[in-house]
Design a binder for this molecule. Structure first.
Ligand code: PEP
Length: 251
């Protein structure tokens, strides 16, 4: 399987012109890199402007709402995302959990709506620094995954493409990435949790990504040493040269 590298632009850049420029630079930079799958998740407002025909280069959303339509001012549904050609949706990013009070139950509803639309979810899980210091990291991952997947049928998950990103909160945007060995351990734990919830075949099929202060110097280790399936990249995805360097380093 090709490594999957997801760019989370968060609430950047501030103009459509810059977004198009950034997108085109990445597109140009990855022309010759065929052995990696790239998904760019821009702010929703730019999403329909950033199209690609390339099977290795796709667009995704950073969030969605769980209902299909209706009186939900300001929200966008998974159905709408599908309709404009979006293929991936980040669900449960720690910044949404923190700033928008997204609970595991809310994350679960969003995840189900993404699966129902046959889009690929990128479920983000990870412990805070405090939880890690208290030795609760494994418990947190287990709880986040179990609640998110509560009521998702074996049939649904085995027939879907599904990604889980291990994103320790303390590593996001901090310049303090997680050790490769720790990320590998978290990846194995996630597979075990999935295997216990469903079965080993499903656990093997799910793609595990790492996210948190990834750059062109450390990216390779998570894929080639830890054996993870991909990366979720925030800050470095806004610098096209650095992002393309990351892509080259993981193939
Ligand atoms: C993220 O926001 O998902 C992320 C991993 O950010 P950064 O790469 O900037 O740590």
């Amino acid at each position: 399987m090709k490594p999957l590298v997801v760019a989370n632009w968060k609430m950047n850049p501030t103009t459509l012109v810059e977004a198009k420029r950034l997108f085109d630079s990445v597109k140009k930079g990855i022309k010759k890199i065929k052995k990696v799958e790239v998904v760019v998740c821009p702010p929703l407002i730019y999403l329909s402007e950033l199209r690609t025909q390339d099977s290795n280069f796709k667009v995704g959303a950073q969030n969605c709402f769980w209902e299909k339509e209706g009186a939900y001012t300001g929200e966008i549904s998974a159905f709408m995302l599908k309709n404009i050609g979006c293929q991936y949706v980040i669900v449960g990013h720690s910044e949404r959990r923190k700033y928008f009070n997204e609970t595991d139950e809310i994350v679960s509803k969003k995840l189900k709506s993404v699966l129902d639309m046959e889009l690929t979810p990128i479920l983000c899980v990870g412990e805070t620094k405090e939880e890690r210091d208290q030795g609760k990291a494994d418990k947190v991952l287990k709880k986040q995954i179990e609640i998110a997947l509560n009521d998702v049928s074996k049939f649904k998950i085995q027939n879907s493409k599904f990604c889980i990103a291990y994103e320790p909160v303390w590593a996001i945007g901090s310049g303090k990435p997680c050790d490769v060995e720790e990320a590998q351990k978290a990846g194995l734990l996630i597979k075990k949790i999935i295997s216990n919830l469903f079965n080993i075949k499903i656990a093997e099929k799910i793609q595990i990504l790492y996210g948190g202060s990834v750059n062109s110097k450390n990216a390779e280790g998570y894929i080639k040493e830890a054996g993870l399936d991909g990366l979720l990249i925030g800050g470095a995805s806004l610098k096209p040269n650095e992002f393309v360097k990351i892509l080259k380093s993981v193939v």
